[in-house]
Ligand binder design. Structure first.
Ligand code: ATP
Length: 279
């Protein structure tokens, strides 16, 4: 559904995205995971035609992003990181405006708007000004708007940043439901839990490069599924083992101050880069 070949973006001397190659299949929820500045947003912006690549190419549903602009525009829905709703309008008016821009016929537009308002649980607040909405409500409305023209691929840039844990979980549920309805999802996140809980496959980005790719389970298996953490009074160091038995045996040899736990994607990132995703 998405094919990326040698995609690059330079800002002056800064290489924001370096030779990115990636295929995302139809029906996937794919997550680009990495710390701030890794190049995730820049990648998304190139795929959604918000910025021109410095090199390489990308295809969405077979359409070349730089050349078939109108086709690509109709195939994709985009939820940017920053709120870009019209706050002086109601939720329904925001959706109405978007539907008109995409030239959806009036009757169909109205029925889709009702369905989507219900999908994102905003039906009873639909005629309120967006300026009165909470952060989570605004994000849900942005998702409804992005889905209005029935895109096959949805891009979500840090969909849950700034949301409380409960709202974050509701957002994950929404993403899963639209994926079950057939929408391929590409999202960026710097939340490990989000990538683990939501994504079928994850691409880890760091300093402009894709440094690992696979399902969360595959990525963790590469490091070792179980971690033994040893606290020496000053710092914690972790060692990784393929099986729980090996981990427990190692822990028994050390004795006190040891924790055995399952490996996380954070561990994978630390092993690959020597740094944490979030400082
Ligand atoms: P974040 O979650 O903070 O957005 P990110 O992984 O999405 O992180 P990008 O926003 O893609 O990272 O940024 C990658 C690099 O490119 C950063 O060093 C950033 O400062 C730089 N960058 C991004 N946009 C521009 C721009 N318009 N002009 C100059 N540099 C930019």
């Amino acid at each position: 559904m998405i094919e990326i070949k040698n995609l690059r973006k330079n800002y002056g001397n800064l290489q924001a995205v370096i030779d990115l190659n990636l295929r995302i299949e139809q029906g996937e929820i794919f997550g680009l995971l990495g710390p701030n500045g890794a190049g995730k947003t820049t990648t998304l912006r190139m795929l959604t035609m918000l910025t021109r690549p410095s090199g390489g190419e990308a295809f969405i549903a077979g359409h070349e992003v730089q050349r078939e602009i109108d086709r690509v525009r109709r195939t994709i829905g985009v939820v940017p990181q920053h709120m870009n709703l019209d706050q002086e309008l109601t939720a329904r008016e925001n959706l109405e405006l978007h539907g008109r821009l995409y030239k959806i016929p009036a009757a169909e537009r109205r029925s889709r708007i009702e369905k989507l308002l219900s999908f994102v649980a905003l039906s009873d607040r639909a005629d309120e000004l967006v300026s009165r909405y909470s952060g989570g409500m605004k994000r849900r409305l942005m998702i409804a708007r992005a889905l209005l023209h029935k895109p096959r691929v949805l891009f979500l840039d840090e969909p849950t940043v700034g949301l409380d844990p409960q709202t974050r979980r509701r957002m994950w549920e929404l993403v899963r439901r639209m994926n079950q309805d057939g929408v391929t999802v590409l999202l960026t996140t710097h939340y490990i839990e989000e990538a683990e809980a939501l994504c079928h496959r994850v691409g880890i980005m760091d300093r402009g490069r894709l440094i690992a790719l696979g399902t969360p389970a595959e990525l963790k298996e590469r490091v070792g599924r179980f971690a033994v953490e040893v606290f020496d009074g000053e710092q914690v160091t972790a060692k990784f083992y393929g099986t729980r038995e090996e981990a427990l045996a190692s822990a028994a040899r050390v004795g006190d101050g040891v924790t055995v736990r399952e490996t996380s994607l954070e561990d994978v990132f630390v092993q690959l880069t020597g740094r944490k995703v979030r400082d």
